[in-house]
Design a protein around this ligand. Structure first.
Ligand code: ADP
Length: 484
């Protein structure tokens, strides 16, 4: 119910596109239509004034030529004036120097006198000509001049605006019709374009709903517009990652079960063989029990390592950062592992280039270094060597653990940090390895914002280099540079 209400509040992309684009087109079309109507009206009025003026000029020349003998049978002036006024739907007045109307095409004011300010300004030459449109008429006043440019009188000519009004009406009607047609076509086109644009997204949405119903193996088609294609590509990548996480999880669970089962199977075999052997001596019991205890220890170690791994997993890591004297920390580890190295006559050296104090989780960091050093001894040859060095710059400190051991084959370099991965299962089992040590070490280092790199040559030896920040600052958290 709430979902539906919220759905209603959100405007669809299609409606938004149609409304905004159509509004823009509407504004542009209305602006253009108003422009056309105003401009055409103005042009028609200017043209009417020009024409009226042209006719008046022509008639003024004729009147001057015939020296105001308008009604004389020698010329057609009177008829010309009447015809011009009639055709223009207006009236023409011819006024002589004495302000007497010598010709009125309407005959009303013939022979009467007229004195108006406008006529006077033209008669005196103050204004070369006057013209305006008023009360549905265009009116023009021009001086009548003789050949020596003397003003002999004034001609007043008016023309009706009825004809241009009719034309203007037609233009307005046509413009409105055309605008209507443009808007209709635009609306249809915009609706179609919006529909096509949104169709990709709508199809994608439908497909995602289908995938979310549990069909995780299906992919979104990577087609259509660039944006929808990228969206589909990214979505498919996320789904692939999810599937990957899922399969890694399943793999991990099956690895854990397998690893936990192995010591139990061994214990069962040992116990059963004791039970089946009715004549088993106390020594036999003692020997088998020792083996069973070893298997229990191994099981415990796997469980402890698994718990450590879960704890150091970056998302779950609870880090107890404090200032740690790294030189001292390595000294303690050296003292602990020296007896183990001695057993196989492995030379163990530690060199510190400077004294380092850093912010670290002491317990976790100690585990990391112990693991690297113990591995260097475990996977070494008898009479070999292990060298530990410590150095620092202004930002980081570097712990290097190098050995003269069996080395790590090229194809295994990427994998040694994976959970339960062991290069040689048998050897590792003999040395009590669970294949979790390096996985724990790496996630601990990441939780410190550090990196671990490994260089190795099969048969010659291995060097692990750990780089850790001296201070725990968010900006120094850099876990992207790991390389095998
Ligand atoms: P394990 O508990 O088996 O030692 P690790 O995660 O510590 O597990 O190491 C993973 C594997 O990497 C080991 O089984 C071993 O094969 C290999 N490895 C680790 N350190 C070294 C080393 N210094 N020299 C050679 N191989 C090593």
């Amino acid at each position: 119910m709430d979902e539906k209400k919220r759905e209603k509040k959100h405007i669809s992309m299609r409606t938004f596109l149609v409304i905004t684009v159509f509004l823009v087109i509407l504004l542009v079309t209305a602006g253009t239509a108003i422009g056309i109507i105003v401009f055409s009206g103005q042009t028609a009025r200017d043209k009417l004034l020009d024409e009226t003026e042209e006719h008046a000029e022509r008639l003024a020349d004729q009147i001057a030529l015939h020296r105001f003998r308008i009604e004389s049978p020698e010329n057609t002036l009177a008829a010309d004036l009447d015809e011009t006024a009639f055709l223009a739907g207006g009236r023409i007045l011819v006024i002589d120097r004495n302000y007497r109307i010598v010709k009125d095409t309407f005959s009303f004011q013939q022979e009467s006198y007229i004195v108006s300010e406008n006529i006077m300004t033209v008669m005196t030459g103050e204004q070369e000509r006057l013209g305006w449109i008023r009360n549905s008429y265009a009116e023009v006043m021009l001086p009548i001049r003789d050949s020596s440019n003397q003003i002999l009188g004034v001609i007043v000519s008016t023309a009706s605006t009825r004809s241009i009004e009719q034309q203007h009406k037609i233009i307005v009607r046509n413009t409105l019709l055309l605008s209507g047609a443009v808007l209709l076509v635009a609306f249809l086109a915009v609706s179609l374009v919006a529909r096509l644009t949104v169709r990709g997204l709508r199809d994608m949405n439908r497909k995602i709903a289908h995938i979310s119903e549990g069909n995780l193996d299906e992919k979104l088609p990577e087609s259509g517009f660039k944006e929808t294609r990228y969206l589909a590509q990214n979505y498919n990548a996320v789904i692939a990652q999810l599937a990957d996480i899922d399969s890694t999880r399943q793999e991990f669970v099956s690895d854990v079960s397998h690893e936990l089962k192995t010591p139990i199977t061994s214990m069962k075999v040992l116990a059963e063989s004791l039970l089946q052997n009715e004549n088993a001596s106390t020594e036999d019991y003692r020997e088998f029990m020792t083996d069973i205890v070893d298997e229990i220890d191994r099981e415990t170690k796997i469980i402890n390592d698994l718990l450590a791994l879960v704890k150091t997993d970056k998302q779950n890591a609870v880090m107890n950062f404090a200032e740690v004297d790294i030189n001292q920390l390595i000294d303690v580890i050296m003292r602990r592992v020296t007896p183990i190295a001695k057993k196989r006559n492995i030379e163990l050296t530690y060199e510190s280039y400077r004294s380092v104090k850093a912010e670290a989780d002491e317990v976790k960091l100690s585990l990391v270094i112990s693991n690297l050093v113990e591995n260097a001894i475990k996977y070494n040859v008898d009479n070999g060597w292990v060298r530990i060095t410590l150095n620092a710059d202004h930002k980081y400190y570097y712990i290097k653990v190098a050995d003269s051991g069996v080395g790590i084959p090229e194809d295994a370099k990427d994998k040694v940090f994976e959970r339960f991965y062991r290069v040689s299962k048998d050897r590792s089992r003999d040395t009590g390895g669970t294949g979790l040590g390096l996985a724990i070490a790496r996630s601990s280092i990441h939780a410190h914002g550090g990196t671990i790199k490994l260089y190795s040559e099969s048969g010659k030896g291995t060097t692990f280099t750990v780089r850790l920040p001296l201070k725990q600052e968010a900006s120094e958290q850099d876990t992207t540079e790991d390389e095998a």
